[in-house]
Design a protein around this ligand. Structure first.
Ligand code: 13P
Ligand code: SF4
Length: 319
């Protein structure tokens, strides 16, 4: 629509005027992903977003995604202004892991190395020895296990148990889940495989174990897009937020992509498979953030310095 086009032009102007760059996640609106790409920003998984924001010379980072992504950018680049289209965009994993309860859990298990998923608040990261994203989690835990360390893991129990199965590490798990990925059903994926027996199954590891067990490839959003290109199959069943289809389909224009069903009867649930918090990012509030310098992420300096250590460990880790 013409309105959107005008908004896009305005955002491009505002990005330039503010020496700002747009860092977007694959689950945001197609229009936002497109804009990030056209303006020299990035569309990426959460690890690549962190790396890109930390390295980019812009004065302002506009992070389109959820709150923890903006906070991570600010922790890594305190000298930059970090804006988000809305500060209301949280994540069920972050909400399900309050810092005080988490600290008590850590205190009760002082013998364990504390590894937290990036999908957490700055305060939870500040209590951790390591931060990991899904793209690097298995490698980091393997490394810690080889050193004989026992792990306390939070908050995603599905990702935690996946890492545990892959590595055999001794892991104590926090009881959290992603409300989007938790909805995928193995029965639905099996039914779809019945219709398309040649299809490969791509799964984000925040999904429940029975779904992960059906996967040909399990990985972060970027890893799933890469796999879509590399796999020989022409049909792909994808169990992650449907926002990923924009870039994935561009990467494999000749392949057929299917959304993994979120209901046991094989029906595709239209309101599912899309993160309600990612969906809060829109062209309007993105323009508004730049126009009024609103939605600015601030992190207390003492807290930032504590959260920085485990984040830097992740960024410096080479598998
Ligand atoms: P990725 O690191 O795979 O992009 O995952 C982030 C996320 O929130 C998935 O739900
Ligand atoms: Fe959090 Fe799930 Fe949304 Fe990702 S998709 S931001 S894990 S609620």
């Amino acid at each position: 629509p013409a309105e959107d086009e005008a908004r896009v032009e305005e955002i491009k102007r505002l990005l330039e005027d503010n020496n700002a760059v747009l860092v977007a996640h694959y689950y945001t609106d197609d229009a936002i992903q497109q804009l990030a790409e056209e303006t020299g920003g990035c569309v990426a998984d959460s690890l690549e977003m962190a790396r890109f924001g930390a390295r980019h010379p812009a004065d302002t980072l506009v992070v389109a995604g959820v709150r923890f992504m903006g906070e991570t950018a600010k922790i890594l680049s305190p000298e930059k202004r970090v804006l988000m289209p809305t500060l209301e965009a949280t994540c069920s994993l972050d909400v399900g892991c309050p810092a005080d309860e988490f600290a008590a859990f850590c205190d009760a298990h002082p013998d364990r190395t504390v590894v937290v998923y990036a999908n957490t608040s700055a305060a939870v990261k500040a209590r951790a020895d390591w931060v990991v994203t899904s793209s690097i989690a298995v490698d980091v835990i393997e490394h810690l296990q080889a050193r004989g360390e026992k792990i306390l893991w939070a908050p995603d129990k599905h990702l935690g148990s996946y890492i545990q199965r892959r590595t055999g590490a001794d892991m104590l798990l926090w009881d959290g889940a992603c409300i989007v990925h938790e909805e995928f059903k193995a029965k639905g994926v099996e039914d779809l495989k019945g219709l398309y027996p040649e299809a490969a199954v791509l799964v984000h590891p925040e999904s429940p174990e029975p779904v992960v067990e059906l996967a040909d490839v399990t990985g972060s959003t970027s890893q799933l897009i890469k796999a879509a290109k590399e796999l020989p199959q022409q049909e792909l069943i994808v169990a992650t937020d449907r926002g990923i289809f924009f870039k994935m389909q561009q990467a494999v224009p000749d392949k057929t992509l299917f959304e993994a069903p979120t209901a046991g009867d094989g029906a595709t649930c239209k309101s599912c498979a899309h993160c309600p918090w990612m969906a809060m990012n829109a062209l309007d509030n993105l323009a508004g953030a730049l126009r009024h310098a609103s939605g600015e992420i601030r992190v207390d300096e003492a807290l930032r310095l504590r959260a920085l250590k485990p984040l830097e460990r992740m960024l410096n880790f080479n598998a």
